[in-house]
Design a protein around this ligand. Sequence first.
Ligand code: C2E
Ligand code: MG
Ligand code: MG
Length: 673
Amino acid sequence: MPCQLEWIGMEPVAAGDEESFRHALRYAQLTALLELGYGTYSLNLFVAMTVGAIYYATDGWSDWLLYWSGLNGVMIVTRVLLQSHVHDHLETLTEPQTGLRLMTASAFAGGVVWACLPLLIPDLDLAGRHSYVVLIMAGAIMASMVRGIPHSPIATMFALPPLLSIAIVLTRDGDAEADILAVNMLVLALVLHKSCRLGAANFLATVAAGVQATDLAASLKIANAEAQEKNKALEILANCDPLTGLANRGRLQAQLRFSLACARPGDRIALFILDLDRFKQINDTLGHAAGDALLNEVARRLTSALDGTGLAARLGGDEFAVLIAGPDHPDRLLDLAQHCLDIICQPMLLNGRVVPIHSSLGLALWPDHAETAEELYAYADMALYESKNARKMCAVGFSRDMKLQSDRQRQIEQDLRRAIERGELQAWFQPQVRIADHAVVGFEALVRWPHPELGLVNPHEVVHSSEILHQTRALARSMLEKSCRLIKELDDRGLALHATVAINISPRDFTIYDVPELLRSTTDLYGVPRDRFEVELTEEAELEPERIHGALKQIAQSGFKLSIDDFGMGHTSLNHLLSINVDRMKIDRSFVNGIAGNLQNQALVSAMVALGRMLNIDILVEGVESSEDLKTLRQLGCHTAQGYLFAAPMPHADLVRWLEERAGSRQQASLRP
Ligand code: C2E
Ligand code: MG
Ligand code: MG
């Protein structure tokens, strides 16, 4: 059997799809047949009654007429019932072909009943008084052709029996004219069959095009749904942090822009930025999986602390943010920020270990602090920086001072590199004296930067900015060179002979450049003896003696002196003091200032002096401002001091003058009787 699709002129389709396509076609054929309704059956009945009436009028009553009419009536009723049954079960019909077959069979049965008509009429005279039979049967056959449009076998099956029966009847007489008529009938049957098939093919082609269009629409719908799904997934990717599921930076920025655009008078927009302290350490020690778990837990805690207020986002790494828009009071927002921080900073169980969580939070408000989204970010960041510095796990709100400080910092960073290159940084020197006779035994070199706009920039700012700009080596080198020049000049003038110069070096410098090498190369270049230099190490909490132990050893072995600055403030252990061979400890001025009236500090300094003696380490007291304090310090056994009582730090030229004046007055005093 030729493929139905080819037969109706359709492109072949994939094997799997062909079956469902055929099914759809058959279903459409059956539906079209059913939609034709019961009109042809009524016509059939009417035509049969017409035959009976004409026969009765021309030939009178006959029994066969009753039988045939009855049979035809039963047949029509059967066909109507069958069609109605198929119609009622159309929805549940799994195979429409069965319906088509049943209806084709019933059409054949109907055709057979009509075929009986010419055979039953006694003394049939088709050319004469019974010619109406041929005409009426032709009408019935034509009506069947209308039914056959959706499914050609129906028309063929109905038409074939009557046509054959007429042909038989015609050839039965042996009349040549009747034979020719019979042949004509057969040809007509063929033509009818052919045109039925053509009509049905056209119908199928139309239906097939419809089915394909429906399929196309359905597949387009599916494709559209898939595209929408994908868009949704892309949207989630574009807006969410994949690890925590919080909003990402882009989403937060968009929301901030939107909130700013929609803000009404009286509204306030708050931006919290928070980050975790020492997250890297947790990642490094407990592994990245634990780090991820920590971030997820922080995200969860943040969301629960907010309890539906605002939008929480992860900006990246260990940095989170919260955006809250609406009419709210600054104090309430600060309270909420602190609440978030408190919830986040609960200890956490990671890899079976209880890990303390430390975090800092900065908060800025629109319109109170900032006018634009960029300012809001920058100011919340500044507040975060303050919160970090305070190390108290306190939410910090932005203030104007922070902005001034940040502007100042920016300007310092902008100008510092050039200032170092141009030699604009100055070294000021503060004398260190022997308490017993006030003889100058050394100086401490302290950096000073007279900025054209900011005035004198304090050393902490210079040191901090030089670290940010990676200029610590250049700064140390500049201070060393200036100190070398001072020593040379003092030696040339015969002033403060053998006095040392102390250079401040931050322990962090040891991890950035080769400090011993810089010390050696610079002092060698100026031809200054190494023992005239003392390296002052600020005692910092982060000082890790193990990491810088080798360099300190090299410094000592090269002939430079070593001292621990601000002793008592940090965490230098005895062990480390012994292992790095320190020459001097400088007791921080916080223990020294007002010591005359402070018994506790007296006890502490006395203990430090005893420790120094035990370890054979010299003790210098810093920040001596009054003669009472000096007296007490002397009684406690201190030998060397530095402070405003003797002299404040001063520029090179002033120091030379100061020393000359001092030398002059001392000389005069010694000449006095
Ligand atoms: P420091 O090394 O402890 O320096 C002593 C500080 O105490 C100096 O402050 C000095 O001016 C101040 N001072 C001295 N005597 C007295 C006194 O009697 N009373 C009071 N109240 N203060 C006194 P300065 O110059 O502001 O330096 C601050 C810190 O900056 C220094 O503390 C040092 O740690 C750091 N620093 C200064 N210059 C440099 C440098 O060139 N490199 C590095 N890395 N740090 C430096
Ligand atoms: Mg110092
Ligand atoms: Mg100090």
